[in-house]
Design a protein around this ligand. Structure first.
Ligand SMILES: NC(=O)c1ccc[n+]([C@@H]2O[C@H](COP(=O)([O-])OP(=O)(O)OC[C@H]3O[C@@H](n4cnc5c(N)ncnc54)[C@H](O)[C@@H]3O)[C@@H](O)[C@H]2O)c1
Ligand SMILES: N[C@H](CO)Cc1c[nH]c[nH+]1
Length: 657
């Protein structure tokens, strides 16, 4: 008992040694210590298993990893790969794999395909071994060890709901399980839309459009007290974060094509992705014809109400006057703001057309005084743009609408084409292609373009306690799940009993099944989770760690909990504040950071459309007072011209006096 106690207390491998007749702290003399990971009973509780991380050369006194000889199999491979990563001989092939991720990627695909073709037992074993070698090399390169893989396997085995397990279309088509749908061929070698549907939903059945027979629409559920923190982190990973390389490989060539071929390339992608094959010009310039913005009066009224609330809230963010501070006598510093001259506003239009996003971007751009406002949005198959978007473009004084979506629209705004004007900043949310393209152009110094933030697939985190109404909770979760199958929604229940959690789950299933976009919802719910926690403090700690785009507080005295929010795009407080009021009309902006970027980015606001300029004004006395500090620091940096810019003036002053 004493050794177990000591082991737990010190977090190290401590045993009872019969030969020494006492406690034996492994490695106390050799330095080859053990970090204790886990202790478990065997099946009849008469033996204990210690799981440890061995440090140094080995466990055995013979300097081998185990008392049964060196590691073998996967553990040995893992150790070898880790050693090669730390320091490899000059000509090591493994080291080359670590240096050349594309080669590694190609080898994984090659070996996976050879394994598929192998038929004899020997060949299958040999090809599986090759594949495991390259797969583990990929893991070790990313510091993922076998223990992490095993934890993930264990986690998957605990899953209550499962995807149907069909292969993704591009793989099914590759080996003839499914035919390539007509019109989905890949002209110019470009992948079709389906190739990157990472978080695909369970296919909707024609006989079962609500998806009722496809299984219950339910988020996986975990009690945090019984789940390892690393497993929680995996559960809370956004689905679209898992395929960054794949997305980049699709987006980069599109951007290059727009840079080289301008309007021709832009139209080509619009014909391909939007099926707007009759479109011959990629821009609709103002003044916009009246017949292109004809909408029902009730929609005009809804837009006008929302427009005014958004205008008011953003106008209130204006700085009343420049900031002015005298840091030392005669040394005045000031800061003033100016509008960004040319802004490009992306309005998504893939799975749903979002005129509300045109409001969220266009109104603050107008309030800030941006000189040129250009919208971009995917056109409809007939080449026209939704009239609500044209009406809003007109209201905010936009000079034109680029009739294109995705990465191609972002590239056109960033670099300009024959008919698309180049802009200084691109703002607006979008899917993974849009977000990746924004990040690429923002990183290209030759583009000279800024972006607002990475605002990708919508997400929401709802914190609900006993006071929450299950129907309200479910409706808020579903309002974001219906955006796209790559959206993620998280529910944190605080101190709820089994029956109360089940009541929310029943609402989720019932409400989701009745939605027109149930197939999209099903896809989003498949990688969404419910976490059961014991206290509001724990709920808020998890929420701050996740940094959701939207945070909904359906808890008693919700206003009090706002003080505990550290990271979130926008917070919705109390039972009577559905997230959709913020999406449309309350006045707050709905263009918000996703993927956890709420830790470092704000959502769109008035300052997203302005930049700050500072100015300094010194009197002769001010320069005399500060001169010592400036000249000394210039001396330290050995920048003599800097020092002289001050000393010359001082000499000049002396001569004059
Ligand atoms: N974070 C926020 O503030 C916020 C606000 C509103 C909407 N959103 C999100 O914006 C997203 C809108 O996505 P969407 O898809 O409906 O519209 P979208 O306009 O962002 O994307 C549509 C475009 O994607 C491109 N595309 C589609 N498949 C492609 C492929 N296989 N290869 C290359 N390009 C491809 C096409 O060019 C198409 O025009 C949703 O995820 C929604 O949740 C986020
Ligand atoms: N919820 C989205 C932000 O993630 C914005 C939106 C537009 N329309 C409906 N919702």
């Amino acid at each position: 008992m004493e050794s177990i106690h000591k082991a737990i207390q010190s977090g190290a491998g401590v045993y009872y040694s019969r030969s020494h007749k006492g406690l034996w702290v492994k490695g106390a003399t050799s330095g080859d210590t053990q970090e204790l990971i886990d202790i478990r009973w065997d099946c009849d509780a008469d033996a204990l298993q210690f799981t440890v991380k061995q440090k140094g050369t080995g466990f055995c006194h013979l300097q081998t990893a185990t008392c049964f000889g060196p590691y073998s199999g996967l553990s040995r491979l893992e150790r070898t790969l880790q050693d090669r990563k730390a320091s490899a001989p000059a000509k090591s092939y493994t080291a080359r794999l670590f240096r050349e991720p594309k080669l590694l990627q190609a080898k994984i695909m090659e070996e996976a395909s050879e394994l598929c073709e192998a038929s004899s037992k020997e060949d299958i074993a040999a090809e599986a071994a090759d594949l495991l070698y390259f797969a583990l090399a990929k893991c070790i390169a990313a510091d993922v060890d076998l223990a992490a893989i095993e934890r993930n396997l264990d986690l998957k085995s605990m899953k209550t709901t499962r995807r149907k397990g069909d292969a993704k279309p591009q793989w099914a088509q590759k080996i003839g399980l499914e035919e390539l749908p007509s019109g989905k061929a890949t002209p110019n070698g470009l992948p079709s839309k389906e190739t990157v549907k990472e978080a695909a939903s369970i296919p909707k059945d024609k006989e079962d459009p609500a998806g009722l027979d496809n299984g219950r629409i339910q988020m996986r559920r975990y009690k945090t007290s019984e789940t390892e923190p690393s497993a929680l982190a995996t559960l809370l990973q956004r689905p679209s974060q898992r395929s960054t390389d794949q997305i980049m490989n699709i987006v980069n060539p599109i951007i290059k094509d727009i840079q080289s071929n301008g309007d021709t390339a832009l139209l080509k992608y619009t014909h391909k992705f939007e099926k707007a094959t009759s479109l011959t010009s990629p821009v609709l310039n103002s003044p916009f014809p009246e017949h292109l913005m004809r909408i029902p009066p009730e929609t005009i009224s809804a837009i006008d109400t929302s427009f005014e609330n958004i205008r008011r809230f953003h106008a209130a963010q204006q700085e009343p006057k420049p900031l002015q501070v005298e840091t030392m006598p005669g040394v005045s510093c000031s800061r003033f703001s100016r509008p960004i001259e040319r802004v490009g506003l992306y309005v998504p239009g893939g799975t749903a057309v979002l005129p509300s996003t045109a409001l969220m971007l266009g109104v603050p751009a107008m309030v800030a005084g941006c000189k040129q406002i250009v919208l971009a949005s995917p056109p409809r198959p007939d080449g026209t743009i939704t009239p609500e978007i044209v009406y809003i473009a007109h209201k905010v004084g936009a000079t034109g609408i680029v009739l294109a979506g995705g990465a191609q629209a972002i590239a056109a705004l960033a670099y300009g084409t024959e008919s698309v004007p180049k802009v200084d900043k691109i703002l607006g949310p979008g899917n993974q292609f849009v977000t990746a393209a924004k990040m690429i152009v923002a990183n290209d110094t030759s583009a000279g373009v800024g972006i607002d933030m990475p605002a990708g697939p919508s997400e929401v985190l709802v914190v609900a306690d006993k006071s929450a109404e299950p129907a309200f909770v479910a409706s808020d979760l579903l309002s974001q799940a219906e955006h796209g199958s790559d959206s993620q929604v998280v529910l944190i229940t605080v101190g709820l009993g089994e029956a109360q959690v089940q009541a929310i789950e029943a609402e989720v299933h019932a409400q989701a099944s009745a939605l027109p976009r149930v197939d999209i919802v099903r896809g989003a719910i498949a990688h969404s989770v419910t976490l059961e926690v014991g206290s509001i403090e724990e709920a808020m700690r998890l929420s701050n760690q996740y940094a959701p785009e939207h945070l909904i507080l359906q808890v008693e005295r919700a206003e009090r909990v706002v003080a505990m929010v550290e990271n979130a795009g926008s917070v919705f407080v109390g039972a009577w504040t559905p997230e959709s009021v913020g999406d449309y009309s309350a006045g707050v902006n709905h263009s918000l950071p996703t993927y956890g970027y709420a830790k470092q980015y704000s959502g769109v606001n008035l300052s997203s459309f302005t930049k700050h300029i500072t100015s300094s004004t010194l009197t002769p006395d001010g320069l005399k007072t500060i001169s010592g500090a400036v000249m000394q620091l210039a001396k330290v940096e050995e920048l003599e011209a800097h020092r002289r810019a001050v000393s010359i003036r001082l000499e000049h002053m002396e001569k004059k006096s």
